[in-house]
Ligand binder design. Structure first.
Ligand code: DGJ
Length: 740
């Protein structure tokens, strides 16, 4: 075995044993006369598919990987649950209209009007891309209709992450209408299931809620079209047995990689097993599929951890940085944004001052926000101008290029805000291209933030949106950053371009991805912030085109601790754009310290800062620059939970355990609250010795931390360390360094 695998491994320049794993899977599936098993494996887990004599493909196991693959054959005898009646209760992709009695993953109307579908195994293939990534493809086909589905499971071995999607196609005589088309269909067994879901609104993103899943279907979904996550993001956790904690318990993290309408059904069936079906929302979207065309669903992403939520999130972060987030292992720019400093009220003189302030503060880039464009209907407020992306001549008579040059003179970079998917009813674009706008003929327009959405299903609109960005870069080659906003949801969904309105929501998102892919092809490296009136569009499909996301317009640091905390389960800190603003009542140090837990930025009037505050910010930025690599690339450990304690504490440690940074914040201002007990660190080397220094110190204050004291990693992780948080010392940043 080893020698033949060695040659494959050599081709990929990876150890032979990785390929042994893939090969052993194939061996296990070919035992003559028995049902086939297809274990989809990662380093810790196995999702075991079984093909029985009737060629039904079912999920017989999802959990800890067994050392002996053959033992998965013993699984079926180990469960004594009630009668299934259908043989498809645990289907790997549940069809409808034949034997199934539960929520389907797919439902269709064939070209002859028949609604039945029964998918049976045809073949499967296992394709390693490299030592870490393998794609398992299972082909299913209806024995009666010429209709097939491919199930794709892309595994990331070391990260325990699986991305699953489906490809639907048919060769029938006419069109087939797809009524439901999930990406994935999972099936879990346990004594109980607990769902941790999120809800929100503007300035209230990522509010968690945990509850025991009861029988029936719980649906998490969005029907908003754009800004799709405004009320609910496409991420969730399911704990098995009992609610998982940070360090303990079995928990599945799930996320649909999609920026439009999504739908995840969690169905506790009559046998007490959990079926999870996730994909694009089929709401108002019967999709007409022509013969011989592929319909590919977005990916559903999941990671299963048996060591609690912390481990699941670290696995997901590692995966995201390496495989999904744009430039996930790269660098980021600190910045000064003018949105809250000026809103729409600025001109060239003011901006030139702000460019000087950017330099004075010590950040890398100045970001010009909303209000720089439109002439006939100037963008002096949020009721006009969207769509007219020509520089406003009154505010900026010398154009953007002068500002870019001025930025260069100040040795800072220049970035700009756009919202190219949108149009104001008061705009020239609205007047010249009414056919480009999403609205119902014959119905009154209904606005969200006084604006409408452009029809990205239309290729001409895609060209226009691409052109907005392309023109900016062509005219200003020095442009170094884009903030891409999207403030409206879709009302009155209708495309005057599309023949079949059932395709609208799907074609919109496809159009958006086309544009983003074109931008990335031409401008592969420029950092872009994904913003949607706050965190209205944070998902892993969009993040392949963006370097960072804007979690919320709510920058009150106390609120941000809670929000950033929840986002951080799913997205790595390098992607979280955290700005210091005037929201909240906390001192500047607290605001800066909270924003440091990610990608630091400012949105304040620098010239209004008292000298001590300015001096503090300048030093804090230098301190941040000295630890930012730990925050961006380190392993993240949540040491003390803000919802359970008066102190929130987060640690980021380098892979070699040589350095860590710990952020601690008081989140409960009641009498005598603080870090009464030491906070146990994690992720350090127990045998190594460390020293602890305080960073981000406000001028004139003394740190009680003695930087000359030495602690073993064991001590810091067993007893802990007290950051001395109190009502008069509400945030503390500590650097932990291993002694050489
Ligand atoms: C909403 C964003 O979330 C804000 O940061 C800001 O860019 C405004 N839009 C501008 O209109």
């Amino acid at each position: 075995m080893k020698s033949s695998l060695q040659s494959i491994a050599d081709c990929f320049k990876r150890p032979w044993y990785i390929f042994f794993l893939a090969a052993s899977v194939m061996t296990a599936t070919t035992v003559a006369g028995q049902s086939k098993l297809i274990p989809v494996t990662t380093s810790a887990n196995a999702l075991v598919l079984q093909v029985d004599s009737a060629k039904d493909v079912s999920i017989i196991y999802f959990g800890s990987k067994l050392a002996d693959t053959a033992e998965y054959r013993l699984l079926s005898g180990s469960y004594r649950q009630t009668e299934d009646y259908t043989n498809v209760l645990n289907s790997a992709y549940t069809s409808s209209g034949s034997r199934n009695l539960m929520e389907p993953a797919i439902s269709v109307e064939h070209s002859d009007g028949n609604h039945s579908l029964d998918l049976r195994y045809v073949s499967h293939a296992i394709r390693p891309t490299d030592a870490n990534v393998t794609e398992y493809i299972v082909v299913l086909k209806d024995p009666v209709y010429d209709f097939e589905v491919e199930l794709h499971y892309k595994t990331y071995y070391l990260q325990d992450v699986i991305e699953q999607w489906s490809v639907v196609r048919h060769h029938e005589k006419g069109n087939v209408v797809l009524y439901k088309y999930a990406s994935a269909n999972l099936y879990l067994k346990s004594t109980a299931f607990y769902l941790n879901q999120y809800h929100g609104d503007w300035a209230k993103e990522m509010q968690p809620e945990e509850s025991r899943i009861t029988h029936g279907i719980k649906t998490l979904d969005s029907k908003l079209g754009t800004r799709a996550d405004l009320f609910q993001p496409p991420v969730f956790m399911v704990s098995l047995g009992k609610p998982a904690t940070e360090e303990e318990g079995t928990v599945l993290f799930g996320a649909l990689e999609y920026s439009g309408n999504f739908r995840t059904d969690l169905e506790l069936d009559f046998q007490d097993n959990l079926r999870i079906i996730s994909g694009m929302n089929n709401y108002a979207s019967p999709y007409t599929l022509e013969a011989d065309h592929d319909f590919t669903t977005p990916g559903f992403l999941y990671v299963l951890s048996r060591q609690g939520k912390g481990h699941a999130s670290r696995q997901l972060h590692a995966w995201a940085r390496q495989y999904k987030l744009l430039d996930g292992n790269g660098q980021r720019l600190t910045l000064l944004n003018n949105w809250e400093a000026t809103y729409f009220d600025f001109n060239e003189t003011k901006l030139k001052e702000l460019l000087k302030d950017t330099r004075k503060l010590g950040v890398d880039l100045f970001l010009l926000d909303d209000g720089w464009f439109a002439n006939k209907y100037p963008r002096n407020g949020d009721r006009s101008g969207l769509g007219d992306w020509q520089v406003n001549k009154t505010k900026l008579p010398n154009g953007i290029s002068t500002l870019v040059k001025e930025a260069e003179k100040n040795k800072v970079k220049f970035g700009i805000w756009v919202e190219p998917e949108m149009v104001s009813p008061k705009s020239e674009l609205y007047e010249t291209h009414p056919e480009w706008i999403v609205k119902q003929p014959g119905r009154p327009e209904h606005y969200f933030r006084h604006q409408l959405v452009l029809d990205l299903a239309n290729p001409a609109v895609q060209d226009f949106v691409f052109g907005v960005i392309d023109t900016l870069f062509t005219a200003n080659p020095g442009l170094a950053y884009i903030k891409w906003d999207c403030n409206a949801v879709i009302y009155n969904a209708y495309s005057s371009y599309l023949k079949s309105q059932g395709q609208f929501y799907i074609k919109y998102v496809e159009g958006l991805y086309n544009v983003l892919a074109r931008i990335r092809k031409k401008y592969p490296e420029v950092p872009m912030m994904l913003c949607s009136g706050g965190g209205g569009r944070v998902d892993y499909a969009a993040l392949q085109f963006f370097t960072e996301y804007w979690p919320s317009d709510n920058t009150d640091p106390l609120e941000r601790i809670f929000m950033q905390w929840e986002y951080s389960y799913f997205y790595p800190a390098i992607a979280s754009a955290n700005h210091v603003t005037d929201w909240g009542k906390q001192p500047i140090k607290y605001r800066v310290d909270v924003a440091m837990m990610g990608k630091l930025g400012f949105d304040i009037v620098v010239k209004n800062l008292p000298p001590a505050d300015l001096g503090f910010c300048q030093q804090a930025i230098r301190d941040y620059n000295s630890v930012k690599d730990l925050v961006w690339a380190g392993d993240q450990y949540r040491l003390s939970q803000p919802r359970e304690s008066a102190v929130a504490s987060m640690l980021y440690v380098s892979a070699d355990k040589a350095a860590a940074v710990v952020f601690s914040y008081l989140v409960n201002n009641r009498y005598a609250q603080g870090s009464l007990l030491p906070i146990r660190m994690q992720g350090l080397d127990p045998k190594a010795k460390y020293r602890i220094t305080e960073l981000s110190i406000y001028p004139g204050t003394q740190s009680p931390i003695d930087p000359s004291k030495e602690y073993s990693g064991e001590f810091l992780m067993t007893i802990g360390f007290n950051p001395a948080i109190s009502t008069s010392r509400t945030s503390v940043v500590l650097k932990v360094d291993k002694l050489r």
